[in-house]
Design a protein around this ligand. Structure first.
Ligand SMILES: Nc1ncnc2c1ncn2[C@@H]1O[C@H](COP(=O)(O)OP(=O)(O)O)[C@@H](O)[C@H]1O
Ligand SMILES: [Mg+2]
Length: 265
C-alpha cells in the first residue's frame, strides 16, 4: 500500500522543503521505495536535491504533468509522460518543478475536476512506491487543495516562533475544509516543530503554547528539529542530512520521525 503525505503549511520558511528532503531520505534509508513531488513553483525541493533548472529545460516537470492532466489525456499517454518525469537523485526519486508551475495558477481554476489533477497523476505512481511526499508551496489555493485532495495525511512543520501557532491554525482550518468537502480520508499525521533552539525560553514558551492550544486535537511529534547551521548548508551539496551530517540532532530527529511515520502506516 502506498501512502501519500503532504508537507504543508500556509507559512513560508518554516522547514517544509527541509522536512520533505530529510524525511523522505530517512524513510528510503529504512528500505522503502520513496518519491517526492516538488509542488512549489519556487522549486526549492528540486534544487535541494541537486537538480539545477538548466538541466530541466527539455525534461518533463510537474507543471507539464498538471497541464497535460487538465487537457484530459488518455491514460497511456499520461503514464508515459509520468515515467519521463521521474529523476533519480542522490537519495529519493523526484518529480521536479520549474517556475512554469506558477503560470498554471490562472488555468487550474477553469479545469474540470480542478482539485483532482494531482490525485490523478499520483494514481499512476502508487504501485511503484511505498511513500510519496508532496512538498507544497505556502499558499491556501488551488495548488494546496490539489495536494490535500491527493493525500492520505499531512505533516505540518511549525517554526518555534511567535507566529507559529497562528500559521498552524490557518493551516488546520484549510485541512478541515478539504477533509469535509473533497477528501474525507485526510488525516493530520503530526505537527513537527522546526528550527527549535531549546536553550531559549522564547522557543520553549512558543512550544508550550502550541502544545496547550493544539495538543489535545493534533499529534505533536515529541522529537523537535533543532536549529543547526549544517541543515542550511546541506542543500548546496544536493545531499540529505543522513548523508551530509548523519550525527547532528536534526538528522537523528528526522530519522526518528521517519520511524514513527512508518509505524503509523
Ligand atoms: N533545523 C534547521 N536549522 C537551520 N536551518 C534550517 C532548519 N530547517 C530549515 N532551515 C533553513 O531555513 C530556510 C527555510 O527552510 P525551508 O525548508 O526551505 O522552508 P519552507 O519550505 O517552509 O519555505 C532554509 O534556508 C533552510 O535551509
Ligand atoms: Mg519550500
Amino acid at each position: 500500500m502506498c501512502k501519500v503525505i503532504s508537507i504543508i503549511s500556509c507559512k513560508g520558511g518554516v522547514g517544509k522543503t527541509t522536512t520533505a528532503v530529510n524525511l523522505s531520505a530517512s524513510i528510503q534509508k529504512e528500505g522503502k521505495r520513496v518519491c517526492v513531488i516538488d509542488f512549489d513553483h519556487q522549486h526549492n525541493l528540486t534544487m535541494n536535491l541537486g537538480i539545477d533548472q538548466a538541466s530541466l529545460e527539455h525534461r518533463v516537470t510537474i507543471g507539464d504533468l498538471i497541464e497535460t492532466a487538465i487537457n484530459d489525456p488518455d491514460d497511456d499517454m499520461m503514464s508515459a509522460l509520468i515515467d519521463d518525469s521521474i529523476i533519480s537523485t542522490n537519495s529519493v526519486d523526484l518529480i521536479p518543478a520549474t517556475g512554469k508551475l506558477a503560470a498554471l495558477e490562472n488555468i487550474i481554476p477553469m479545469a474540470t475536476s480542478r482539485e483532482h489533477l494531482l490525485d490523478y497523476i499520483i494514481s499512476f505512481l502508487k504501485s511503484r512506491y511505498d511513500y510519496i511526499f508532496i512538498d507544497c508551496h505556502p499558499g491556501l489555493d488551488n495548488f494546496s487543495q490539489n495536494a490535500l485532495t491527493a493525500s492520505d495525511s499531512v505533516i505540518i512543520p511549525v517554526e518555534a516562533h511567535v507566529f507559529g501557532a497562528e500559521g498552524l491554525e490557518q493551516t488546520a482550518a484549510m485541512i478541515r475544509m478539504v477533509k469535509r468537502r473533497l477528501n474525507p480520508k485526510l488525516n493530520i499525521e503530526g505537527v513537527l516543530i522546526t528550527k527549535f533552539q531549546g536553550q531559549t525560553n522564547y522557543c520553549k514558551s512558543v512550544y508550550e503554547q502550541i502544545a496547550t492550544d493544539f495538543g489535545n486535537d493534533i499529534h505533536i511529534y515529541a522529537y523537535k528539529i533543532k536549529y543547526a547551521i549544517k541543515v542550511a548548508e546541506a542543500p548546496a551539496f544536493g545531499l540529505p542530512l543522513i548523508e551530509y551530517a548523519p550525527n547532528i540532532q536534526p538528522a537523528v530527529a528526522y530519522l526518528k520521525i521517519a520511524q514513527e511515520v512508518m509505524q503509523n502506516a
